[in-house]
Design a binder for this molecule. Structure first.
Ligand code: MG
Length: 249
């Protein structure tokens, strides 16, 4: 069931989104050679608590941290670890959310550790652009398939693999609500977008093939071919005009 939000609820979601975005920015600023993913996670955790909010992912289905931190060939759901030190040239995808006043924000960004390879830069730029291509299609009157089709076309035409095993999602009083928001699809198909819908759009794009595996820890999703992956996400509200990005600080 898709839950539409009132104007008041959207204002509350904007607050949760602002905290989520600021926590993501702070975590990104902590990305540097020699830093562990656990240290980056702590920055996000402390920031969210300092705002009187709660980390959305911590203990969600047993996830043990505030942020999912996925490095290089890791796609999503990387578990922060004090033994996982990041190095110059790594790409570091950080996905996190905050709960505030009963509402969730959810966002992700792939950061560079120092200078990265041209191939990594092209992948990250394309994935970020794909998110905004998707947002452009997140308008009332359109269909969910318009968003996915636009993201898919943008990335596949550039030679990348679009992860199909994981998708974006509705978000609101719960981290994951209906509908699923795939990064692939057919224009004009799927759920009609109407004002008051709040969804997380999150392209997960692979340098190589789309196939992924889950590591033995039960969480970390990696590319099957060992190549790089990037991830960008915003929580947005559908309105009569352009969608409103709620995860902004
Ligand atoms: Mg999400």
């Amino acid at each position: 069931m898709i839950v539409l939000k009132t104007h008041h609820e959207l204002d509350l979601m904007r607050e949760a989104g602002r905290i989520s975005a600021a926590a993501l920015k702070a975590a990104g600023e902590a990305v540097a050679p020699g830093v562990s993913t656990a240290e980056i996670d702590k920055v996000a955790h402390d920031y969210i608590l300092s705002q009187g909010a709660t980390p959305a992912f911590l203990n969600y289905n047993g996830f043990p941290a505030t942020a999912c931190i996925s490095v290089n060939n890791e796609v999503i759901h990387g578990i922060p670890d004090k033994k996982h030190i990041i190095h110059e040239g790594d790409i570091v995808s950080i996905d996190l959310g905050a709960v505030y006043n009963g509402f969730y924000g959810d966002n992700a960004y792939t950061f560079y550790c120092g200078k990265v390879s041209p191939a990594a830069e092209r992948l990250c730029n394309t994935t970020k652009e794909a998110l905004y291509v998707g947002l452009k299609h997140a308008v009332a009157g359109g269909r969910l398939g318009d968003i996915g089709a636009a993201i898919e076309e943008y990335c596949v035409s550039r030679g990348y693999g679009v992860v199909r095993d994981y998708t974006g999602h509705g978000v609101g009083r719960h981290l994951h609500e209906d509908p699923s928001v795939p990064n692939y699809g057919k224009p004009g198909r799927g759920v009609r977008l109407i004002p008051g819908m709040t969804i997380a759009i999150e392209p997960m794009i692979n340098e190589g093939a789309e196939s992924v595996n889950v590591l033995k820890n039960g969480w970390t999703v990696v590319t099957a071919d060992g190549k790089l992956s990037a991830h960008f996400e915003h929580t947005v509200a559908i309105t009569e005009g352009e969608c409103v990005i709620l995860t902004q600080c």
